[in-house]
Design a binder for this molecule. Structure first.
Ligand code: SF4
Ligand code: SF4
Length: 172
């Protein structure tokens, strides 16, 4: 009987191999094939625009204040009706996120009063230099939606008079 033991083990191994040959493979051929991320996945940040193309960010720096990793740098400037970037009093003339510092906690999106920043589904972040890890506003802001205008826009005087644009109550 002891003589047959290696043969039995060999056959058991071959059976296992044979069984898996007919099962659906679980390996994903990344990067050609990508699995969709979960609904609550937190990836690279996106700065949003309104339908008319104006930027939702009003440069208030609340996201930077809420960030536990000190990853966000915001510098704001005044809007004018001749040169308007956002519907608020100010806009972010500089907006940078250091992706090497970010821990993807989502505190920045929670702190934002205008829902300007969200963590999207982009996870392909790679850099070969530390400087490349600092993403400027131009990389973070979404494209102008169809029918919208790029910023800065020329707007009618007296239309945008609030420092923080009116927001819909999320409970409505
Ligand atoms: S996700 Fe968290 S760590 Fe990253 S920028 Fe936002 S607040 Fe900072
Ligand atoms: S992203 Fe939001 S919280 Fe941050 S500066 Fe812009 S408006 Fe303020």
């Amino acid at each position: 009987m002891r003589v047959l033991e290696p043969l039995i083990e060999l056959l058991r191994g071959l059976w296992t191999t044979l069984r898996f040959m007919f099962e659906k493979p679980v390996t994903v051929q990344y990067p050609e094939q990508k699995k969709p991320v979960k609904a609550r996945f937190r990836g690279r940040h996106v700065l949003h625009r309104y339908e008319n193309g104006l930027e939702k960010c009003i440069g208030c720096s609340l996201c930077a204040a809420a960030c536990p990793a000190d990853a966000i740098f915001v510098e704001s400037s005044e809007n004018t009706d001749e040169k308007r970037f956002s519907p608020g009093e100010r806009y972010a003339s500089t907006y940078e996120i250091n992706m090497l510092r970010c821990i993807y906690c989502g505190f920045c999106e929670d702190a934002c009063p205008t829902e300007a920043i969200t963590l999207g589904d982009q996870y392909e972040l790679s850099f070969t230099e530390r400087r490349q890890a600092i993403y400027p506003k131009e990389m973070l802001i979404e494209p102008v939606p169809a029918g919208g205008q790029p910023t800065p826009q020329k707007t009618e005087p007296g239309v945008f008079t609030r420092s923080v644009p009116e927001m819909k109550d999320p409970r409505d």
